[in-house]
Design a protein around this ligand. Structure first.
Ligand SMILES: [Fe+2]
Length: 241
């Protein structure tokens, strides 16, 4: 999905940094979402109005080749607790262990593991700066079916999602959510008020502000899992604080 695909009838999704005067693409409507091309801008999630920062990353063919080797025969659903103090190398070793415990030989996944470890270290640093030192949970999943098809908010403070293969997470701008319908567990079409959900692209990083982020109760970023095509596989990495 290109930037233009994020344009709505009301205007474009904001892009850039609140602290960067050279980043003027903040339009008056979708003020809760920011598009960035640089991990240094992820810290904008701390702004009270922002509930989603999208870091657009190009797909890395080396990683794409590695995750193409994962199959539906053995689905992966592993999680580990990480401390904010763990280095990238330590995170990588822990993630390697997670694959091995799930019966997946980690030797063929070096680029993927390194990327997840890099994201874990960045996330830990951002969480520490935004919320103070906090435990972090890392989850690596392969899914052959839709996990959470209903629009919902997470009971987390911050969640980082990156889909490495298959369709990626779908989301709604705050301005298009019917929060009463959401809280009343009404059908998706009532929650989204006729608007089309947006979606991340594979390799993009989404930083989602949840209901438990200080001061964000009732304003958690609304999202859902995408449908997985028949015989398809989704490879998802999730970090929670
Ligand atoms: Fe969720």
């Amino acid at each position: 999905m290109a930037l233009n695909d994020l344009v709505t009838p009301h205007g474009a999704v904001a892009s850039g940094s609140f602290g960067d005067s050279a980043a003027p693409r903040r339009l008056p409507t979708l003020t809760s979402v920011i598009l960035v091309d640089d991990a240094q801008q992820l810290h904008n999630i701390g702004h009270p109005r922002v509930s989603l920062v999208l870091w657009r990353r190009r797909a890395d063919p080396k990683i794409a080749r590695e995750v193409a080797g994962l199959t539906t025969k053995r689905l992966l659903n592993g999680r580990i607790a990480l401390s904010a103090a763990e280095t990238q190398a330590q995170c990588m070793a822990r993630l390697q262990g997670l694959l091995q415990e799930s019966g997946i030989e980690s030797a063929g996944f070096g680029w993927w593991l390194a990327d997840m470890a890099m994201l874990a270290e960045r996330f830990a640093d951002l969480v520490t700066r935004t919320l103070g030192p906090s435990p972090i949970t890392a989850r690596v999943e392969t899914l052959d079916d839709v996990a959470c098809p209903r629009f919902h908010v997470d009971r987390t403070r911050l969640r980082l999602l990156c889909t490495y293969r298959g369709p990626a997470t779908e989301w709604l701008p705050d301005e298009e959510v019917d929060r009463v319908a959401l809280e009343g567990r009404q059908p998706n079409d009532q929650i989204q008020r006729g608007a089309q959900p947006r979606a991340l692209e594979p390799f993009w990083v989404g930083l989602f502000k949840g209901e438990c982020f200080p001061g964000n109760a009732g304003r958690g970023q609304v999202h859902r899992s995408p449908a997985v095509p028949p015989d398809g596989l989704r490879v998802l990495f999730c970090l929670d604080a």
